[in-house]
Design a protein around this ligand. Structure first.
Ligand SMILES: Nc1ncnc2c1ncn2[C@@H]1O[C@H](COP(=O)(O)OP(=O)(O)O)[C@@H](O)[C@H]1O
Ligand SMILES: [Mg+2]
Length: 348
């Protein structure tokens, strides 16, 4: 018989605070399945995302806290994750199986929104999340090219199966723009089209559905923000003033329509010359300043790098082809920050 009980372990674990959620892991319900066998303790730590930047530290902290209980000989912590579903606004039907939808928007076209959306989706998947990517740029769908997809989605039981590539489930208008597109996709109404992309696609179990939006504040964005179940929006901007002005406009549209802002990203933040020099072609730091001014999280920056463009054009995104490189590190930093924002939102 051990000299300690489950409640002693739990009490010790209340000292472990989740740094993003600012609460202890016990009251957050992150500790499960405590087992005591002799003087050995084991339990499961359930994180809110597999893209947790501090998985190892959390595990270590648990280990130490439980190990500090008098009488405990050994502690085994199994770390798993379960991404919580965010509530969606009133009058919006949730998408079955889809826990979170993240709209990636920008003020202007050409700032790298699709590039960022694609690489972030892949980065989340690399961390073990189940990720969907919906190319909602109805008029200029680039995602199939960026992911090198040549397959077409197939119908199944009255629904449509997304195309799977690099571990992502993908849907895009680009799959249907040829002459033989099925009638159901020809509907003249944009809202109907978006609705079909969200609700008539067999997404399956998805932690994060990333939506690559068209630029600006047009019909697609307004329809999505007003009628569809969006968890939040991520705004991509380049550093210069004109781009930031438009990004701010896009951001304010989401705010007006009650869509939470998950954060801002600065793309083409500086030019990474082949010799390693960082040149501020479009300026540098503008998006960070804007985020501070607007009171939204700044999630990180991505340099202007020829290899990123080449990856997008060739259908082999940089986070896949250069997994250890600085660009991948940058995208992972952003995707993990984004996942943390989604987790925080679920807590409110
Ligand atoms: N960080 C970057 N470095 C180099 N090229 C980039 C970067 N981000 C985007 N690009 C390139 O810029 C062009 C526009 O990017 P894209 O993602 O299509 O922008 P948007 O979706 O905002 O219109 C593409 O050719 C893309 O490969
Ligand atoms: Mg685009």
């Amino acid at each position: 018989m051990a000299s300690f009980q489950e409640k002693d372990i739990l009490r010790a674990l209340t000292r472990v605070i989740d740094p993003d959620l600012h609460r202890d892991i016990v009251s957050l319900g992150m500790v499960e399945d405590i087992r005591i066998s002799g003087n050995d303790v084991s339990f499961t730590l359930v994180l809110t995302t597999p893209a947790c930047p501090i998985k190892e530290q959390m595990q270590q902290a648990c280990q130490e806290a439980a190990g500090s209980v008098p009488g405990v000989d050994s502690v085994a912590v199994e770390v798993i994750s379960r991404v919580p579903a965010n509530r969606v606004g009133a009058n919006r039907a949730p998408i079955i199986g889809v826990r979170n939808t993240i709209a990636v928007g920008s003020g202007k076209g050409g700032v790298g929104k699709s590039t960022v959306a694609v690489n972030l989706a892949l980065a989340l998947a690399q961390d073990g999340a189940r990720v969907g990517l919906l190319d909602a740029d109805i008029y200029g769908p680039n995602v199939p090219l960026m992911l090198g997809i040549t397959d077409k989605p197939q119908p199944q039981n009255g629904k449509i199966l997304p195309v799977e590539k690099y571990g992502l489930k993908v849907m895009s208008m680009g799959f249907f723009v040829e002459a033989d597109s099925p009638v159901m996709w020809r509907g003249p109404m944009l809202a109907k089209m978006l609705q079909q992309f969200l609700y008539d696609v067999e997404w399956g179990e998805i932690d994060y559905l990333v939506l690559d939006l068209p630029p600006g504040t047009g019909d697609v964005q307004i329809t999505l923000a007003q009628q569809m179940p969006l968890t939040g929006a991520l705004i991509v901007s380049t550093p210069q003033e004109v781009a930031l002005m438009d990004a701010t406009r896009a951001l304010n549209m989401f705010v007006k329509l009650d869509v939470p802002i998950l954060g801002m990203v600065e793309n083409m933040s500086y030019f990474l010359a082949p010799n390693g020099d960082k040149l501020p072609i479009f300026g540098h730091g503008g998006a960070k300043d804007a985020a501070e001014r607007l009171g939204v999280p700044f999630l990180g920056e991505v340099p202007l790098d020829q290899r990123i463009r080449e990856g997008s054009d060739s259908g082999s995104p940089i986070v896949l082809t250069d997994e250890q490189g600085s660009n991948s590190v940058a995208f992972h930093h952003i995707s993990r920050g984004l996942a943390a924002q989604v987790s925080m939102l679920a807590l409110n």
